[in-house]
Write a new protein. Sequence first.
Length: 263
Amino acid sequence: WGTDGHSIVCRIAQSRLSEAAADAVKQLLPKFAEDDLGSVCSWADQVKFRYRWSSALHFLNTPDTCTYQYQRDCKDEEGEKGRCVAGAINNYTSQLLSYNSSASKAEYNLTEALLFLSHFMGDIHQPLHVGFASDKGGNTIDVHWYTRKEVLHHVWDSNIIETAEERFYDSNVDAMIDAIQQNITTEWVDQVKRWETCSLNKTACPDIYASEGIKAACDWAYKGATEGSVLEDDYFLSRLPIVNWRLAQGGVRLAATLNRIFG
Ligand code: ADE
Ligand code: ZN
Ligand code: ZN
């Protein structure tokens, strides 16, 4: 996602934290965040160049089959296993679990671990961050977003969200967050319990999110959007509910994961 998508995920998450998790997050956030997780949720994008090793951790690529398998797909361009967004979520979750066990805590920078986990939980819910290797998650598919030239990947990172903010929320991201939160507590409440659930004895469940992601990429992102497509109201209005749904899932699951981590 772009800045707005990440900030939406993190602000939904912060509003759902348990007392223990809210305290831990407050302790770990850098001072400049002023206790607002949403304000630092794009930090991982800013350090992609300083921490070159981290740039492979924002996504994962699958073959063109609309399926995901950790063992097969979670690797970087050099083929190193575990270096993908699902592996990164597992890694930073296990680092943060040392917060309450002071022993191994000093080994890690838990502030960075929190900011990475919060960002990658957003990215794994962007359908094209779990896309085909053959088109780099839609980065090589040129389309028009209304009259603008864009790549399909960027349409899903930013354009759908920005167009929704302008058209429905008076260019106010807070109003869009309120609308998504409203859905979480009404229409979607029953499903929200299932979103929060992770397998027994597991703290994070990125493989579930990645499997949903490649299915959504095939059913909604790639469908009807090939090289040269002009994407306008038909595509925008039918895909916006999917974007809202994935942003909501990302926020709910980030909160659930932090609540499991910090108890
Ligand atoms: N680079 C290569 N594949 C990518 C993807 N799926 N998302 C973002 N960046 C990528
Ligand atoms: Zn992206
Ligand atoms: Zn990212």
